[in-house]
Design a protein around this ligand. Structure first.
Ligand SMILES: C[S@@+](CC[C@H](N)C(=O)[O-])C[C@H]1O[C@@H](n2cnc3c(N)ncnc32)[C@H](O)[C@@H]1O
Length: 287
């Protein structure tokens, strides 16, 4: 759907370990330009190794919502293609020091940019009111037991600080009745997701990106977004439709390339279980 062609100008807004970026770089070739953005400096270091064979790929530490600056970095022309592959990479997830994983014991940090100023997950759990925590777990985690979990957090923090990912997993697992534990995911998955989204203001970045993305595409330019939960996918779907002139608003600036999201085959999920919730939507800038 992105169909990178020789000489084109591309943005990978979520470079991560550089897997997609390397594929794009190879297709656009030395005449092309690729801006590789990531908010996490540790991921840019990993990507730098993988992309060293492609000097036309430029690494930029940035939120993908900073489209005007990213476009400037590419010389000011619109992009022929933009990719977002949302969320966190397996490398971030598996590093206990980052605090993203309920499987590894680590500090409750979860900031994508460790030098970013915002509160960490631990600070939110320490400072937010019970009601705020319940809303956060419900809204960003779609967690049915949000109130019970919020109550358990507040009860526990009165006795002792919640310091580690293991502390939090234990509290969440204890607050959800055993018979209601989800079958295919860890009971703390949704709460960890909710905190990660809140700490990094993930939906704000995505909404801001989606609002202006057509302006930063050249005529015929493509945008593709891979999302991993329904809140993200809903935003992508409604914003793409709005730009395609289907839900009111001005003239159409995008044409949908996907009516329904593209999802992985059973075989792909078998080979890579983390792909199971992925949804891909793509659109093309109108002439
Ligand atoms: C799922 S990984 C991408 C993996 C990548 N496609 C690859 O092939 O290795 C998501 C990456 O996007 C980054 N990221 C997520 N949200 C971001 C944002 N708003 N701005 C910049 N980078 C972001 C994360 O730090 C992470 O490295």
């Amino acid at each position: 759907m992105l169909a990178p062609a020789p000489g084109e100008v591309f943005l990978d807004g979520t470079t991560g370990a550089g897997g997609h970026a390397a594929e794009i770089a190879a297709r656009i070739g030395a005449e092309g330009q690729l801006i590789c953005a990531d908010a996490d400096p540790a991921m840019l270091e990993v990507a730098a190794g993988r992309l060293s064979a492609f000097p036309w790929a430029r690494l930029v530490r940035s939120d993908f919502a900073e489209l005007p600056a990213l476009r400037e970095a590419a010389g000011g022309r619109g992009f022929d293609g933009i990719l977002l592959d949302l969320g966190i990479s397996s490398l971030q997830l598996e590093d206990p020091a980052r605090g993203f994983s309920f499987r590894e014991e680590g500090p409750l940090d979860m900031r994508r940019d460790p030098e970013g100023g915002g509160p960490t997950a631990g600070e939110i759990l320490r400072d937010a009111r019970e009601r705020e925590l319940a809303d956060l777990f419900y809204r960003f985690g779609e967690e049915r037991f949000s109130r019970r979990i919020a109550r358990a957090v507040v009860e526990r923090r009165r006795k002792a600080p919640i310091r580690t990912t293991a502390d939090l997993s234990g509290i969440v697992a204890g607050a959800i009745p055993r018979k209601a534990w989800p079958r295919d995911i860890h009971p703390a998955t949704r709460v960890f997701q909710a905190l990660r989204i809140a700490v990094n203001r993930e939906l704000d970045s995505l909404a801001s990106f989606l609002e202006s993305v057509p302006e930063h595409l050249s005529p015929g330019g493509r945008v593709a977004v891979i999302s991993f939960h329904s809140l993200e996918d809903r935003l992508v779907k409604t914003e793409f439709r709005r730009h395609a002139g289907r839900a009111g608003g001005g003239p159409a600036t995008l044409e949908l390339l996907t009516r329904k999201p593209v999802v992985p085959s059973e075989r792909e999920v078998g080979e890579n279980p983390r792909a199971r919730s992925a949804k891909l939507r793509a659109a093309r800038r109108t002439g």
